[in-house]
Design a protein around this ligand. Structure first.
Ligand code: HEC
Length: 182
């Protein structure tokens, strides 16, 4: 009886050892790249012999996460003041009268000459690092070539809106475009 018990004990011990070995061999290697949208880049860099450390992922910024100060940072003072009296309904008239809506649509599924204005408030918050969404929109209207949206042509959007639109009209447009967010 004693012999049988100790035989059983050693079987249990053996089982535990095998289990431990299995667990250790299955544990993930922390230095391996994880499956992510950047895996391709990580593997390519590694193949090219470059040292790859953890790559930062661009975190999406939603406009609603920003304070008013962050949204309007960098705007010229007169434009910033005009935003307080901006009228989004007037902006739609301005966009129509100036041909904006011939190239831009609020519908994300409609392919036009220019990028969609669907959720543009959020897009503007993410386009250019250290540029506030309002500042980005202002720049996009008065100097479209300063940042060219990927996969869209440069030089197609008229370059002279800065002189054709009044400060209040620019403010109306920017306020309206900022309203297009999640
Ligand atoms: C003839 C076509 C055309 C007209 C008219 C036009 N745009 Fe554009 N717009 C474009 C194109 C093409 C781009 C993308 C290339 C670039 O970034 O310059 C663009 C980019 C933009 C962007 C940046 C969008 C983004 O996703 O980052 C804004 C904002 C914008 N336009 C606003 C306007 C406003 C406001 C008007 C009217 C006052 C206007 N556009 C008139 C063609 C046009």
């Amino acid at each position: 009886m004693k012999a049988l018990l100790s035989h059983r004990k050693s079987l249990v011990a053996l089982f535990i050892v095998v289990l431990a070995i299995l667990l250790v061999s299955c544990a993930p290697n922390a230095s391996e790249p994880i499956i992510s949208s950047q895996l391709g880049t990580v593997l390519a860099a590694r193949e090219a012999g470059q040292e790859v450390s953890a790559m930062p992922t661009a975190t999406p910024v939603l406009l609603t996460a920003l304070s008013a100060e962050q949204i309007y940072a960098g705007l010229p003072a007169d434009l910033r003041a005009a935003i307080d009296t901006a009228d989004p309904a007037r902006a739609q008239q301005i966009a129509l009268a100036n041909g904006c809506l011939g190239c831009h649509s609020l519908d994300p599924n409609q392919t036009m000459t220019g990028p969609t204005w669907y959720h543009l408030g959020d897009t503007a918050a993410m386009r250019v690092p250290n540029e506030s969404p309002a500042e980005y929109l202002h720049q996009s209207i008065v100097a479209p070539g300063a940042y060219v949206v990927p996969n869209f042509p440069n030089g197609v959007m008229p370059q002279d809106f800065g002189s054709r639109l009044s400060t209040q009209e620019l403010a109306d447009l920017i306020a309206f475009l900022l309203e297009q967010h999640q």
